[in-house]
Design a protein around this ligand. Structure first.
Ligand code: GTQ
Length: 348
């Protein structure tokens, strides 16, 4: 990091002092204390929205320029406009749009960064996680927890695009990144498709199975058909003023977040519903799965429709208005903040 710029309005005596101590890599706290310990969060991240209709062609163009094998992961990173060059959509989280063409394989690897996928466009792709494949269907929420082997492939006849959410900036901040390449591009299937969901994701668990509260779930796909059924089920009841009908995804063995660093949520807003203003310390990435509406984020306002992605930075007040019956998926670093006792919200 650069040495702190010395403010212009300090006395000559202090300026000389700051310069003298700077040679020892020292700097005065009192010049920066307000910025270091702000009264409320002052995220450098900006509100932003990516219109899928405007960027889909650019994603497909990447498919003509580089193969999945050469790229390893053919992804366009969604960079927060105020954090360009940092591969970050919030201070702690990464987002990208990954493309896999028919017949391609994104080769097996594993890393300490945790990842989630939200399938947006096309059919016929799969993700394999630690020896089990899952077919990727629109709206499916798929996870590859830290250090699990994963590869992706497309057995269908159309391009498949999904949203990747990773904790890359968090792991970078902690200097805890490790990665390995697999020996083979595609993992051998050691369990049939659906095995993990049947064992761990159907209100039952293997009889001797126990997990520490922080361990990620063995359920690595949360099918949209189930998510939607739950959202429509609760939407028969009263809506919450701030969220409409909102649920969080869990590790069914512990009730904790599916992965310790990234929390994920789904919510349903009925046509015409307007949420009360809300803010929280977990900067959050949203993608619209169904419907359309308007989101206010601080001073910004955006129309959104299916597959549009938007980001609400920490402590920015947000408000949603649904123009049609609308379903949103979202993810944030809330479980980290909650584990550390840092998370706060304000229901206005
Ligand atoms: O699919 O494993 O967007 O490792 C970035 C890093 C996706 C992946 C990303 C990754 C992956």
């Amino acid at each position: 990091m650069q040495a702190q710029a010395i403010p212009k309005d300090v006395s000559e005596q202090r300026r000389q002092y700051y310069e003298a101590i700077s040679h020892h890599n020292l700097t005065p706290l009192w010049e920066v204390l307000g910025a270091l310990v702000p009264r409320t969060p002052t995220s450098p991240a900006a509100p932003a929205l990516w219109r899928y209709a405007e960027i889909r062609e650019q994603v497909l163009e990447a498919g003509r320029l580089i193969s999945a094998a050469e790229a390893e992961r053919r992804v366009l990173i969604l960079e927060n406009p105020a954090l360009r060059g940092q591969s970050s959509i919030t201070q702690s989280l990464y987002a990208g749009l990954q493309l896999i063409l028919p017949g391609e394989v994104a080769p097996a690897h594993r890393h300490t960064q945790s990842a989630l996928r939200m399938v947006l466009d096309g059919e016929g792709a799969y993700t394999a996680v630690d020896g089990e494949r899952t077919t990727m269907r629109r709206g499916d929420f798929i996870i590859t927890p830290s250090w699990t082997w994963h590869d992706h492939g497309n057995l269908g006849d159309e391009p498949v695009i999904w949203l990747d959410g990773l904790d890359i900036p968090t792991v970078r901040f902690l200097d805890a990144g490790f990665a390995e390449h697999g020996e083979r591009a595609s993992q051998a299937a050691v369990r049939p498709e659906g095995d993990a969901l049947a064992r761990y994701g159907n209100n039952m668990l293997p009889v001797d199975y126990h997990q520490a509260s922080w361990e990620p779930t063995k359920v690595f796909v949360y099918p949209y058909a189930k998510t939607r059924e739950s959202l429509l089920g609760i939407a028969r009841g009263a809506a919450d003023a701030h969220f409409g009908h909102k649920l969080r995804f869990v590790n069914p063995a512990t009730g904790a977040s599916p992965m310790p660093t990234i929390g994920a949520f789904a919510q349903r807003l009925e046509a015409g519903f307007v949420t009360r203003p809300y803010r929280s310390t977990d900067g959050t990435v949203y993608v619209c799965l169904e419907g359309e509406g308007v989101v206010e984020i601080g001073e910004a306002q955006y129309d959104f429709t299916e597959n549009d992605v938007f980001v609400v930075p920490s402590w920015k007040t947000m408000r949603l208005r649904a123009r049609q019956d609308t379903t949103l998926f979202s993810y944030s670093d809330r479980p980290i903040q909650q584990a550390l006792g840092l998370w706060r919200e304000d229901r206005i």
